[in-house]
Design a protein around this ligand. Sequence first.
Ligand SMILES: [Zn+2]
Length: 148
Amino acid sequence: MKISLFWFLILVFVIILIRSSVFERIHKYENEMKMLKQNVIHLEGATTQAKTTIPSWFNYRAGEFSGVAYKWLYGVDKGFWHIVNITRHCPNDECELVYIFEGRHTTQDYRCPLCGKYYHPHGDEYIRPLVRHSIGKKFGIDTKAVFA
Ligand SMILES: [Zn+2]
C-alpha cells in the first residue's frame, strides 16, 4: 500500500512536469506570434513561408555602429524582408536622438535630449547594409536571399 502511494505521487509529479513544459512552449509560441504581428508592417504580397516562419535573426533589432546606437524593425514585402523604422539613440542612455540645427555649420547634427551629447549618426541608406552585414556574420546566413 505504501509503495503504490509512492508511485502514485511520482506519477502526479511527472504529469505536473510535462504539463508545465507543454504550457511553457505554447506560451512561448504565442508570444513569438504576437511579436511577429506587432513588428511586421508590410505583409501584403509576402510568401506563406515569410508570414509563418520567424527567422533566427528576428530579435536582432538593435546595434551600435560608429558610436551611435540604432534600433530597427523588420517588415515583409513581396516575399523579401526589409529593415524599417530605423531610429537613432544615445549609446549612454538609449534616449532617441533629436535632429537639431543650431544655425552653424556642424557635423554634430543630432543631440540627446537626456544627456545633451551631440552625435552625427548615419542615414538609413548606410544603416541597412550595416545591419544586413551584421546579420550575415552573426547568424551565418546569405542575406542576399532573404532581404530585398
Ligand atoms: Zn544621452
